[in-house]
Design a binder for this molecule. Structure first.
Ligand code: PLP
Length: 339
């Protein structure tokens, strides 16, 4: 079978541009005439640093938007830290989750497993307004956000359930004075498909394998105010004393940020692929995210319209108000009956 003859709708790993893969196959054999393949070069070489830094720069907008934040003039204050962490012991530490599909449900369950279920709060459960199934997003006014949550977590596009937040949730928008909840979002399957109001988020992450590149790397955009020295990290002995789980050092954002993502062996090949995809996107869309958004909307509209034209055969899973432009979930019915 010829690659050019294939039409493929897989959610992830998703199809990569042929031109990128052709260049990558050459790069695997001999990168930039160095006689060594890209996967054979040290991740600490200048060559690898260039690939990484260029990819970060080309991702631009997003990370740029975050890193303009000026560091706060606060020094590490261990007393404040102990007071904060003590909340955990007093059961006051709460993480809020908007459970709108399989991926946010998994995140909520994992947080409960690691921290204890008493510390995780489902601020909204989409299943309660949709007969026990995912497919809608509860109105922001009904969310039960904790008074002082450590963060509010949501998944911007629920890949499996085909549910996408139409825009940044109104209930989480920072106030005029800049205060508001610390918002953490999983954008694995809709990143680069529309403009993102980055300043509203404290942390955004996305696996590369959907919209950015190949499987194997995850991008994290984090506010500098959440990293040391602005945000002191508790020492392992303090964590132990408080009975809180101690994360492995390679999963610590502090470690990753301090080492420009090179504390352990980063797969530079995967970063290279993501970098090439970004370059191609920048070349294709002069208006960047707007151009990509227009294409994404056009593709999604085409497919939804085709499905809607045959309600006797197809049933679209999510409610129209939250239909994903990325993952189109429908069931094939038999004589109008589901499955
Ligand atoms: N979050 C979303 C929205 C996803 O679609 C996926 C799918 O792969 C994941 C998280 C999990 O990513 P990974 O398999 O890289 O851990």
């Amino acid at each position: 079978t010829n690659r050019a003859d294939v039409t493929y709708f897989g959610a992830g790993p998703a199809l990569l541009p042929t031109e990128v893969l052709e260049n990558a196959s050459q790069a695997l054999l001999n990168y930039d005439n160095t006689g060594l393949g890209i996967a054979e070069h040290s991740h600490r070489s200048q060559l690898a640093a260039n690939i990484l830094n260029e990819a970060k720069a080309d991702l631009g907008g997003g990370s740029g938007g975050f890193f303009w934040l000026a560091p706060k003039e606060e020094d590490a204050d261990q007393d404040k830290l102990v007071a904060e962490l003590s909340k955990a012991i007093d059961n006051e530490l709460k993480l809020d989750y908007l459970v709108t599909g399989g991926w946010s449900l998994k995140a909520y369950q994992e947080a409960g497993r690691l921290l204890g279920t008493e510390h995780v709060n489902i601020a909204a459960d989409a299943r309660t307004i949709n007969d026990g199934k995912f497919g809608r997003i509860p109105e922001g006014g009904t969310w039960k956000l904790s008074k002082d949550a450590a963060f509010v977590y949501y998944c911007d596009n629920e890949t499996v359930d085909g549910v996408e937040s139409p825009k940044f949730p109104e209930a989480l928008v920072p106030k005029n004075d800049g205060t508001g909840p610390i918002v953490v979002a999983d954008m694995s399957s809709n990143i680069l498909s529309r403009k993102v109001p980055v300043k509203n988020f404290s942390l955004v992450f996305f696996g590369a394998q959907k919209n950015l590149g190949s499987t194997g790397v995850t991008v994290v955009i984090i506010k500098k105010s959440l990293l040391p020295p602005n945000c002191p990290q508790p020492s392992p002995s303090l964590m132990r004393k408080l009975g809180l789980p101690i994360p492995p050092v390679i999963l610590s954002y502090e470690t990753i940020a301090k080492n420009n993502s090179l504390y352990n062996t980063l797969s530079i090949f995967d970063v290279y692929i993501a970098g090439q995809v970004l370059k191609k996107l920048l070349k294709t869309f002069q208006d960047k995210a707007d151009g990509q958004e227009a294409v994404a909307n056009k593709k999604a509209t085409l497919i939804y319209e085709a499905l809607e034209a045959h309600p006797d055969i197809y049933r679209i899973v999510p409610d129209k108000s939250v239909r994903s432009r990325m993952n189109i979930c429908f069931r094939v019915t038999k004589n109008g009956e589901t499955e």
